[in-house]
Design a protein around this ligand. Structure first.
Ligand SMILES: Cc1ncc(COP(=O)(O)O)c(C=O)c1O
Length: 433
């Protein structure tokens, strides 16, 4: 079995042979940053990545992020800029916009938000006044901070009403969403999540919003790829605005997009710039455009199908080992596991798995009695390892490694054995940078 140090040596050999040129260039200028970047390359190479919001971008996307577009300022929008020299930026942003509109069949796309949270902030800024009532899925139910969680701007500058998931089924209780909407008459209703393993009924959310006179926004940060490939119901025809990050299942750079109905397009654009941001990150826009091109290829749909098959196989294998999977399984790329019956808190499991080179995050589960900082469950997803080439047999093996570690949480020898096996399989499914 090859050791971690041997793999570091391998990365060094690859650098010397010129196959990781960007690291080599950094090495000549800044040894400290080089050391951290090369350690991170080794960590990513030698680990199993189960954080559902992470992925590995293509070399083309990575190269665009490191391109000359990082040198440019381009406040404004194509052909309406506040700086000169933007003829090439315009080409790139036009391509990103038209590809986003084509992939998601949307009237309008804005590709400038710096990330997912600023994209959501722009929707508030465009459609609401401070103090308006907003509704979103609660954080313990799987919602995102920006959907009205108490410590976030979305609950401090707006009046937030959170809908929960049913504690027994782990599913959104649409009757309760109806009830809360009729009682509170929100101005905006969010559908979308950061930790929800089942499909959203976007049509029903739109119907509820229509009845109470609210805007309807869908945040598809996690499931954007499934929506783009028809593997999840599509909110675009029924939502006023749809936001997403570009760095999760979509396999693009860290960034975000907002799709909108034509009637809201101008308001959304003005909210992003000049409302909330200055110059867009043009190197990121170039990388978004490339990832949208990649996502439009038939292979990307095959990838997304495998992501779902892998998530289902992961859930089933964990259930066979006596693990409680919230809602009994998954329809998408992620699952939530409640570790209460194992007597192991989520953070403790996360730390032990980290030592076995398996990365995931502790997560709240429906009805969690523990805190968000040290919750009862873990969240796992398959986008990254599916990109690496894992199929059902490898994912079932991962489930068994996770169960081995958590079942023997105090036994460092089990962690050592699993880490060795993880490094071995990682070398059979190498990273390409
Ligand atoms: C559903 C959802 N919306 C928004 C965001 C925020 O994205 P960012 O971390 O890029 O601000 C996330 C991030 O995980 C998310 O899961």
């Amino acid at each position: 079995m090859k050791s971690f140090q041997n793999s570091a040596h391998l990365v060094n050999k690859r650098i010397k042979s010129g196959s990781i040129q960007h690291l080599d260039i950094i090495k000549q200028v800044d040894g400290e940053i080089y050391d951290a970047l090369s350690a991170e390359t080794v960590r990513q190479q030698n680990g199993i990545e189960l954080i559902p919001s992470e992925n590995y971008v293509s070399q083309a996307v990575l190269s665009a992020i490191g391109s000359v577009m990082t040198n440019k300022y381009s406040e404004g929008y194509p052909r309406k800029r506040y700086y000169g020299g933007n003829e090439n930026v315009d080409v790139i942003e036009d391509l990103a916009i038209s590809r986003a509109k084509a992939l998601f069949k949307s009237d309008h796309a804005n590709v400038q938000p710096y990330s997912g949270s600023p994209a959501n902030l722009a929707v508030y800024y465009a459609l609401l006044e401070p103090g308006d009532i907003v509704m979103g899925l609660s954080l313990p139910g799987g919602g995102h901070l920006t959907h009205g969680w108490k410590v976030n701007f979305s609950a401090r500058f707006y009046e937030s009403v959170q809908y929960p998931v049913d504690e027994k089924t782990g599913l959104i209780d649409y009757d309760e969403v109806w009830r809360l909407a009729r009682e509170h008459k929100p101005r905006l209703i969010w559908a979308g999540a950061t930790a929800y393993p089942r499909q959203f009924d976007f049509d029903k959310f739109a119907e509820i919003a229509r009845e109470v006179g609210a805007y309807f926004a869908a945040d598809i940060a996690h499931i954007s790829g499934l929506v783009a490939t028809g593997l999840h119901p599509d909110p675009v025809p029924v939502a006023d605005a749809v936001t997403m990050t570009t760095h999760k299942l979509l396999r693009g750079p860290r960034g975000a997009m907002i799709l909108a109905k034509e009637e809201h397009g101008r308001k959304i654009d003005r909210a992003v710039f000049p409302g909330l941001q200055g110059g867009p990150h043009d190197h990121v826009t170039a990388a978004i455009a490339i990832s949208l091109h990649e996502a439009a290829q038939p292979e990307y749909r095959e990838y997304c199908e495998q992501v779902i098959r892998n998530a289902r196989a992961l859930a089933a294998a964990l259930q066979e080992r006596g693990y409680e999977v919230v809602s009994g399984g998954t329809d998408n790329h992620l699952l939530l596991v409640d570790l209460t019956n194992k007597g192991v808190p989520g953070k403790m499991a996360q730390r032990a798995l980290d030592r076995a080179n398996i990365t995931l995050n502790a997560n709240m589960v429906p009805g969690d009695k523990r805190s968000a900082f040290d919750p009862s469950g873990i969240r796992m997803g398959t986008p990254a390892m599916t990109t690496r080439g894992f199929k059902e047999p490898e994912i079932v093996q991962v489930a068994n490694w996770v169960a081995d570690v958590v079942d023997n949480i105090d036994d460092e020898s089990v962690i050592d054995r699993v880490r060795g096996e993880v490094v071995e399989i990682s070398e059979q499914f190498p990273l390409w940078y």
